[in-house]
Design a protein around this ligand. Structure first.
Ligand code: GTP
Ligand code: MG
Length: 230
């Protein structure tokens, strides 16, 4: 033992030893930091009014990034009545990587009427249950604002974007300092007018997409890197 000690000291000065310890410590700490960085997940909430295409987009991104769908899509409003999540959706670019936790939210509306469902041929009892669930879902979506790091706010660009609900959604996110990207969806439809969405929310980057056809989703990924992540 004493002999080994002696040999080490023979080869290096005491200062070398200290330097080596510092080097190892630095390696160790940067290892921890980079593994933390790798593990850092961004919880990305997909918000918007009912039927805007949130679940269609969530499925497209989830399929693209994880190989699996994550939620149900329907022309009946309030199809999503509780938060649906898909973890570890990893966005990769040449020199960047972003691990996301995708959160498909129930559509936000000021009121839920059971006739929203009976109009689509759903029996009255079932319609009343759905209306209750949808109301709970809206509350859950709003409470979830405490847990999201960034949001996509998606609008149907065939519809008027200046609604009380839309302005309230964006206003709430703004008040909470949550970074957002606005999406003008359904651009595949002839009557789509994404410029109305741009005019309604000029303070935000707007990406025109068709979640159904996957148009401009690469652009959306770039914008997520640029605006929702540093
Ligand atoms: N043409 C077209 N239809 C779309 C697009 N995105 C969604 N849709 C349709 O719009 C309807 C509603 O889509 P969802 O994805 O369920 O909408 P949502 O925002 O999740 O709706 P809720 O969960 O009810 O709030 C469905 O019939 C979709 O097929 C799109 O880009 N183009
Ligand atoms: Mg949905």
């Amino acid at each position: 033992m004493g002999h080994q000690f002696f040999n080490i000291f023979q080869r290096c000065s005491p200062l070398d030893g200290v330097n080596r310890v510092i080097e190892r410590l630095t390696d160790f700490l940067s290892g921890i930091l980079s593994s933390e960085e790798k593990q850092k997940e961004v919880s990305l909430g997909i918000y918007g009014p009912p039927n805007a295409g949130k679940s269609t987009l969530a499925n497209y991104m989830s399929r693209d990034l994880t190989g699996e769908e994550m939620t149900d899509v329907s022309e009946v409003p309030h199809e999503t009545r509780q938060v649906e999540r898909k973890e570890r959706a990893v966005l990769e670019a040449e020199d960047r990587e972003l691990e996301m936790n995708l959160l498909d939210m129930p559509g936000i509306s000021t009121n839920v009427d059971f006739q929203d469902f009976t109009d689509h041929g759903i029996e009255e009892d079932e319609a009343k249950d759905r209306a209750k669930e949808a109301t709970k879902g809206i509350v859950e979506a709003i409470n979830y604002l405490e847990n999201v790091d960034a949001c996509l706010v998606i609008f149907d660009s065939t519809e008027d974007p200046y609604t009380q609900v839309n302005v309230t959604i964006v206003g709430n996110l703004e008040a909470k300092d949550i970074p957002i990207l606005v999406l003008a969806n359904k651009t595949d439809k002839e009557e789509a007018d994404p410029d109305r969405v741009r005019d309604a929310f000029p303070q935000y980057p707007v990406v025109e997409i068709s979640a159904k056809e996957g148009t401009n989703i690469d652009k959306l990924y770039d914008e997520i890197f640029d605006h929702l992540h540093d």
